[in-house]
Design a protein around this ligand. Structure first.
Ligand code: ARG
Length: 566
């Protein structure tokens, strides 16, 4: 346990001992201003009610009986509240020791436990547009957070590689396809075919039937249909992987919809739902789960004899449970699919699967264009690849202008450009909608990713000037307020990481890092470091080193590289 957590525990225990009540988490908080100390408890309200005394009097009584916990230098009451002042000279020394290790903010709470996380999950034969970016980078960051807490994480890319649209693609390719064009630029070529087919269908409705017929052939294993479909899929995935490589994102499985559509598992789960009386056959070939009494729209498991998106998700969830016995099965998917995931959870619950509660829709707001909704079918989208290239190009220009003699220019431009883009998304509460504005999302000024990367570079620079020999046994006597504030911030990091993981909210880490770097600036601008006296210099360098380390770990948790120069 890290220092600050330990202090909170000790405070809790000693208060419990003094008043004979169990403290609820809400009874401990941070006082509204630093003059009131570091930790405050409101337990006197609860006890006063029992003892029919005034809360202020009760607080004084408790304080009298209280044995002061370790690392607390002072306790006092302020009306009904009891406040604790941490001895930062003693605690701070430990904070610095911890905050300078590469393991800082890690834990083993997840040891032997699995998290399954389903993210990115694009549809094949379509380009990844900026809308897919959110799931990809939010999911990646959440996976990093859980790993930090010691969980084993299984990363799934549940790709959309099944459904009638593939019948359309095959039909279109049979009509107009050109092997060489396909090779040249597969995804664009396929989208072109798809759009063309949809347009042609408006003129000639029989094309709809034709597409369905091709899809039926694909389902029944027709070699020609299968060969084309496999080809389209492999070419698409190859393109996706180029983007993942650039983003530094990886997966352990690409089991997508087709895997489940063609798997006995999926038929079996439908059978099971029927046997358990959860699903009913509405018409021959149509099986539904009535959900109206649960305030949801009915879910269709089978239509025209075919399983659907939700049926495959049911099978996938069950398979994941059987394979991993997960603590959590997370779906990082846009809020638009909320109904789908509510249905999924409800059906699992009705089927008697206790673990339905651990299937969580980690939803995020829409990404739209200034001119409106993204629609691949209507050709209204901005490709992710273009945006990534633009971000890196912009970073390259700035480096060229500000630091043309930098080594590893290309690598740094990538880290900075992509870092800016990731941070612009991850620093906002994920549920908020985002309008894609390249000037805002690829900005290097103000509270941005590059600003944090720069703070990290600055720390590295100071340490280098000091010969990278920051002391380990530091003297903390006579801390200045700006030092204490920085140490306090550093001490908060492990709890922030835990909280961010448990709530699946990377923005908590992002916001924390901004606060830390603001605190660091206040410290560095008000106090000398390299020119300070020996005692102060030693510990201030240790603070710079701790800040550097926490910035690095924090940025990595967001999937952002922290170069040591830029
Ligand atoms: N392919 C879907 C889409 O692009 C997202 C899939 C999300 N994952 C899942 N297990 N349903 O909308």
């Amino acid at each position: 346990m890290y220092v600050l957590e330990k202090i909170r525990e000790d405070v809790k225990e000693s208060v419990e001992k003094a008043c004979g009540l169990d403290l609820k988490p809400s009874m401990l908080s941070e006082p509204p201003s630093p003059e009131l100390g570091d930790i405050s408890t409101s337990v006197a309200f609860a006890l006063a009610k029992q003892e029919k005394k005034s809360p202020a009097e009760t607080a004084r009584d408790i304080l009298e009986k209280l044995e002061s916990p370790p690392l607390i230098r002072k306790t006092s009451t302020a009306g009904p509240y009891i406040n604790f002042y941490i001895d930062w000279e003693k605690a701070g020394k430990k904070v610095l020791e911890e905050a300078r290790t590469p393991e800082y903010a890690s834990s083993d709470e997840g040891k032997g436990k699995w998290i399954v996380i389903d993210y990115s999950s694009p549809n094949v034969a379509k380009p990844m547009h900026i809308g897919h970016m959110r799931s990809t980078i939010i999911g990646d960051s959440i996976h990093r957070l859980y790993k930090r807490l010691g969980y084993s994480v299984h990363r799934v890319n549940h790709i959309g590689d099944w459904g009638v649209p593939f019948g359309k693609l095959i039909a279109a390719y049979k009509k107009w396809g050109d092997e060489r064009e396909l090779e040249k630029d597969p995804i664009h070529y396929l989208v072109g075919l798809y759009v063309r087919y949809n347009q042609a269908e408006e003129q000639d409705p029989s094309l709809k039937q034709e597409a369905i017929e091709w899809f039926r052939r694909l389902e029944s294993g027709d070699p020609e249909a299968k060969k084309l479909w496999e080809r389209f899929k492999a070419l698409s995935i190859r393109k996706f992987e180029e983007i993942y490589r650039e983003l530094g994102v990886e997966f352990d499985s690409y089991k997508g919809e087709a895997y489940y559509a063609l798997n006995e598992l999926t038929n079996r789960i439908v059978e099971e739902a029927l046997e358990k009386g959860v699903a009913v056959e509405e018409d021959p070939g149509t099986i539904i789960v009535p959900l109206e009494e649960h305030g949801l729209v009915n879910a269709r498991l089978v239509e025209n004899g075919r399983t659907l998106y939700i049926t495959r998700d049911l099978a996938a969830a069950k398979e994941r449970w059987e394979e991993f016995k997960f603590q959590k099965n997370l779906y990082v998917v846009a809020v638009e699919q909320e109904t789908h995931f509510n249905q999924l959870r409800k059906i699992l619950e009705l089927m008697g699967y206790e673990w339905w509660k651990d299937c969580v829709h980690v939803k995020f707001g829409m990404m739209s264009l200034p001119e409106g909704r993204i629609s691949t079918r209507k050709g209204k989208y901005v490709e992710l690849k273009q945006v990534l290239d633009l971000a890196v190009e912009k970073a390259r220009e700035i480096i060229e202008e500000k630091n043309p003699s930098l080594e590893n220019k290309e690598e740094t431009a990538k880290a900075v450009g992509i870092g800016a883009l990731k941070f612009a998304d991850l620093s906002q509460n994920r549920i908020k909608n985002i309008v894609f504005d390249p000037d805002k999302m690829i900005s290097f000024e103000g509270d941005t990713g590059p600003y944090l990367q720069y703070a990290h570079v600055r720390c590295c620079g100071i340490l280098e000037k000091a010969g990278n020999s920051a002391e380990t046994d530091v003297d903390m006597s006579g801390l200045e307020p700006a030092e204490t504030e920085l140490v306090k911030k550093l001490a908060e990091f492990p709890e922030i990481v835990k909280d961010a993981a448990h709530k699946q909210e990377p923005h908590r880490v992002a916001q924390y890092l901004l606060e830390l770097s603001h605190q660091f600036s206040a410290f560095y601008e008000s106090l000398p470091v390299l020119k300070a006296g020996e005692t102060e210099k030693g510990r201030r360098l240790a603070m710079v080193d701790a800040t550097r380390n926490v910035l690095k770990i924090g940025l990595e948790l967001l999937g952002i590289h922290a170069p040591s120069r830029m």
